[in-house]
Write a protein that binds this ligand. Structure first.
Ligand code: MRU
Length: 343
């Protein structure tokens, strides 16, 4: 089972809005259907969203007709629309550009545009599987036997195109090495990725997981219940600023206060080598996600709510960033620049 897959001329998406109650796969036949699934967070997590976008563009390339120039123009438009579905994560625009590059090359060389796009998707999927494995191997060394790892949101395989995830890959590989590991998962308001998704992913593999509300992190840390924090990322800047699910910044602040190491797991596809943290576009989602619980409005009518999907953690709160190329430590400008050339 994977969060997202390209099979023939269909994109298969494991519908995460239905988990943990039902495990249902959505079959998308058009790029618009995939775009809608991304917007509604049926597929989510920066790396999975990035590959879902690339697959949607491959569907568009397979379906497009006309002269190579007309097809290219239409594909650029589709890529632009896909890019806007979830603007904060770095993977989506990166993956769309990678597919567009291959399609442009095929057009120049008189090749098959659809096949070029599909091959690029397949290549990136293989590459990503390997990246997850390597992040897991590097990260496992940071987890001691008997450790409790606090994680936020979901940075497991549901958030990626691969088999292991990013932060949770480290937990999986630590276990493979025979270590006993416990996970504390924050529920992650408003969409409860921790309570629904991380808890589902880990419990079905027999990994011990305990769910806490987001507000309990300080309690748990002050009681010495957390040995390390391991989270994913949606965008990492060259200076080490990390964008991740809203609520990550307070966890990093508490971790510093209590001397708990704070590790971020990010494949190189999540790094933004040119953007600046001050200019990041934080996705603002609909009010209903916050105002309603299980479909019922709890906030009094007429009262406004905020719903930024992500926040920004400054580099001084980050102990290290784990990538497929190894563990990056401060000063991040130097360690990040060293690996970015390899992407
Ligand atoms: O809004 P979401 O659920 O897509 O946000 C996901 C996260 O913030 C994850 O922590 C991040 O994408 C890392 S996933 C490997």
């Amino acid at each position: 089972m994977r969060a997202v897959e390209l099979r023939g001329d269909r994109v298969l998406i494991l519908d995460q809005t239905l988990l943990p109650h039902s495990v249902r796969v959505l079959e998308c036949r058009t790029p618009e259907e995939v775009a809608e699934a991304i917007r509604e967070m049926r597929v989510r997590g920066a790396p999975a969203v990035g590959m879902a976008g690339a697959m949607a563009l491959a569907l568009a390339a397979l379906r497009s007709r006309g002269s190579p120039e007309e097809r290219l123009r239409r594909l650029e438009e589709v890529a632009e629309r896909l890019r806007g579905t979830r603007p904060t994560g770095a993977d989506l625009s990166r993956r769309l550009e990678q597919v567009m590059e291959e399609v442009r090359r095929a057009a120049r060389e008189g090749g098959d545009l659809g096949r070029a796009a599909v091959e690029e998707v397949r290549r990136r999927m293989r590459e990503y599987d390997e990246a997850e494995r390597r992040m897991g191997e590097h990260g496992a060394g940071l987890i001691g036997d008997g450790a409790t790892v606090l994680t936020h949101c979901n940075a497991g395989w549901l958030a990626t195109p691969g088999k292991y995830g990013t932060a949770l890959s480290a937990v999986r590989f630590a276990r493979k090495r025979g270590k006993r590991v416990r996970v504390l998962a924050t529920e992650t308001r408003p969409l409860l990725q921790g309570a629904r998704l991380t808890a589902w992913e880990l419990s079905r593999e027999g990994i011990e997981v305990t769910v806490i509300t987001d507000g309990m992190v300080g309690y748990c840390m002050s009681k010495g219940m957390v040995d390390l924090v391991a989270v994913g990322a949606d965008r990492v800047f060259r200076d080490g600023h990390v964008v991740n699910k809203v609520g990550t910044y307070p966890i990093a602040s508490l971790a510093r206060r209590h001397g708990v190491p704070f590790y971020v797991f990010a494949p190189l596809s999540t790094f933004d080598p040119v953007g600046r943290a001050e200019e990041v576009e934080i996705e603002q989602r609909g009010e209903r996600e916050v105002a309603e619980v299980a479909g019922r409005r709890l906030v009094p009518e007429g009262v406004r709510v905020l719903n930024p999907a992500f926040d920004l953690t400054p580099p001084e709160l980050v102990t290290a960033i784990v990538t497929e190329e190894g563990i990056l430590r401060p000063p991040f400008r130097r360690s990040i620049s060293r690996v970015l050339g390899k992407d």
